[in-house]
Ligand binder design. Structure first.
Ligand SMILES: [Zn+2]
Length: 59
């Protein structure tokens, strides 16, 4: 039986198969193999994260 990939890791592009564990980021809606890949993805996407979710404010 050939398993169909359910998702692809956002950091290393590994196929993530149904029934295996992975990490899902519900904010950006991306999957990662594990916390190492997720950290890598965040490091690469920090500018985009900041642009979308943070801003400078006057208190
Ligand atoms: Zn990965």
């Amino acid at each position: 039986m050939t398993a169909k990939p359910a998702a692809v890791c956002a950091a290393c592009n590994a196929n993530l198969y149904e029934g295996r564990s992975a990490i899902y980021d519900s904010l950006f809606e991306v999957y990662a193999c594990g916390s190492a890949c997720l950290s890598e993805w965040y490091a690469a996407n920090e500018p985009e994260y900041k642009r979308r979710w943070t801003e400078a404010v006057d208190l």
